[in-house]
Design a protein around this ligand. Structure first.
Ligand code: FAD
Length: 274
């Protein structure tokens, strides 16, 4: 098996904290290399992300990597967050542009992840291992696929050590993306982001927003199961485990699971891979 990592979102209520604790305790048995914690758009979770990072580190013993975004943050705010993360013992960050929630207009001082990566390097040198986001199926707002690739390469040259992809269900999109990067002289590890499926309508909604394609044959199958949630989950776990096997066989350096703070969908994939 390749190294694995898990992504969580920061809880805001006691109920969500209890859910994260339960999920973290169950996933710990899979010995992840690290876990990461998302950062809400527009700074709405300014304090929730550091709190979750601390919780996952001190109560669950994980190496926890906060996500940090350009959105809604001035250079000064980002500088203080970096200080805080250093004080909490973080050695890894996921650096992103972020998205503004609809209706919000306040963007940050930094416009693109590339600028954020440069800023983090200027402020903290080599202290942090920096991951950035990659889009084998192209970022939904990109002008076109080739300019998106060029922007990705610039982001790496600004100082990223590795990348995690947006989730996808077409292994060929990932392999082609890696070939394109290698042809441009980029050789950092690019870890596939894996989205286990617990709920078909939820995944269809997410995919429309982030530009991930659900292959027609998968969508047709899940649709045909109707309200039979058990069959949808079993089918999806088989399909996602098959995708992971192909990725590993094709040389993927790791797998990063989007858990949505639930353990079961991720465990059903991992158990099939064991
Ligand atoms: P960038 O790399 O800056 O690219 C954004 C767009 O701008 C692309 O279309 C790119 O082609 C274009 N672009 C880049 N540079 C230039 C330039 N110089 N000139 C013109 N165009 C340019 N969002 C959150 O809010 N919080 C999170 O915690 C979070 N975690 C994520 C984790 C992962 C692994 C992934 C894949 C995504 C995550 N996101 C998160 C979503 C992400 O913020 C969005 O996809 C966002 O729209 C783009 O972020 P980015 O860092 O890829 O942006």
């Amino acid at each position: 098996m390749v190294p694995i990592s898990f992504e969580f979102y920061p809880p805001k209520t006691d109920e969500q904290r209890a859910q994260l604790d339960k999920t973290a305790a169950r996933l710990k048995a899979k010995a992840p290399e690290y876990v990461s914690v998302t950062f809400g758009a527009g700074g709405s979770t300014l304090s929730h992300t550091p709190e979750a990072v601390q919780r996952l580190h001190s109560e669950h013993g994980f190496q926890a990597a906060p996500h940090i975004t350009c959105m809604g943050g001035s250079r000064e705010e980002i500088r203080s967050l970096l200080k805080l993360y250093r004080a909490l013992g973080a050695r890894r960050l996921v650096a992103l542009r972020g998205d503004l929630p609809s209706g919000m207009v306040k963007a940050g001082e930094l416009r693109y992840a590339e600028e954020l990566v440069s800023f983090i390097r200027e402020e903290t040198g080599e202290h942090f291992h920096i991951e950035v986001a990659a889009y084998p199926e192209t970022h939904p707002q990109a002008r076109d696929a080739l300019s998106d690739l060029d922007h990705f390469v610039r982001k790496v040259r600004a100082g990223a050590n590795g990348a995690i992809t947006q989730y996808f269900y077409n292994a060929d999109a990932y392999f082609r993306f890696i070939d394109d990067l290698r042809a441009r002289g980029v050789d950092i590890p690019v870890v596939p982001g894996v989205m286990p499926i617990a709920n078909f309508s939820q995944i269809r909604r997410f995919s429309e927003l982030c530009g991930a394609e659900i292959p027609r044959w998968m969508a047709q199958r899940m649709q045909a199961f109707g309200d039979d949630v058990h069959s949808i989950r079993e089918f999806a776990a088989d399909a996602v485990a098959h995708l992971c096997r192909r990725l590993i066989e094709g040389g993927a350096p790791g797998l990063h699971f989007y858990t949505l703070n639930l353990s079961r969908p991720t465990l059903s994939v991992l158990d099939r891979l064991a």
